[in-house]
Ligand binder design. Structure first.
Ligand code: 5RP
Length: 230
């Protein structure tokens, strides 16, 4: 079975947790896109839900699929967020931000009672870090921010190259919030909560892609079927 079919299976399993009347966080990425499409089918069949998209791309998908939308300016709390991830460890710590939406994704996840992480099982890892850690930064003072990040990496016992993410036009990739992303190639993050704490206090860091304690359940689709990890 191809990867995309596995992603859709994970999305379909997560959809079983959605109830009429729920306020939903809608994630970003190819797996979350499957969820939005399947949710659109339910809405057309009469299900009443409202969603908060985590990116402009997901907003466009949700509108195309007929999913009613609101914002976290109009409501302050969500019942459930469904989102993908780049890596998931056994404590359900995540690396997110491969699609560049980590800031809104984290705001939405943190405003939700529960977060279901949907993925093909290649995203499951023993230790986070093989996927480069996305860190959303303010372009102002970039060298100083990178120096502070390097110190945080040393304090957390990791090291590696920092690469400014480029967009398709060859210039720095700009997030929905108008910021840049540094992808940190760390290889192995032994203590994700410690690194998360150290990065969070750097002034030029807007947010980082370590999601600690936000994932409630992981739905992983693989060749052997669906595995649900809580
Ligand atoms: C976007 C994300 C995505 O959830 C993550 O990159 C996974 O994407 P995909 O479902 O396409 O593999 O964090 O910022």
């Amino acid at each position: 079975m191809d990867m995309d079919a596995l992603k859709r299976q994970a999305a379909a399993r997560a959809l079983e947790e959605v109830r009429d009347g729920m306020k939903l966080g809608l994630g970003t990425g190819s797996t979350a896109k499957h969820f939005v499409e399947l949710l659109g089918d339910k809405v057309r069949a009469g299900m009443k839900v409202i969603g908060v998209p985590t990116s402009e791309a997901t907003r466009a998908d949700a509108i195309r699929c007929g999913v009613p939308l609101t914002t976290l300016d109009e409501i302050d709390h969500l019942d459930l967020t469904i989102d993908g991830a780049d890596e998931i460890d056994p404590a359900l710590n995540l690396i997110k931000g491969g699609g560049g939406a980590l800031l809104r994704e984290k705001i939405v996840a943190a405003a939700s009672d529960r977060m279901i992480v949907i993925a093909d099982d290649s995203k499951w890892v023993d230790v986070l870090g093989r996927f480069p850690l996305p860190v959303e930064v303010i372009p102002f003072g970039l060298a100083a921010t990178q120096a502070a990040m390097a110190r945080a990496f040393t304090d957390a016992g990791v090291s590696g190259q920092m690469v400014i993410r480029k967009g398709k036009d060859g210039h720095a990739f700009v997030t929905d919030g108008g910021h840049w992303i540094i992808d940190a190639h760390l290889g192995r993050i032994g203590d994700p909560p410690r690194l998360a704490g150290l990065l969070s206090v750097i002034p030029g860091v807007v947010e980082h892609g370590l999601f600690i304690g936000l994932g409630s359940v992981a739905v992983l689709a693989g060749a052997q079927g669906i595995r649900v990890v809580e």
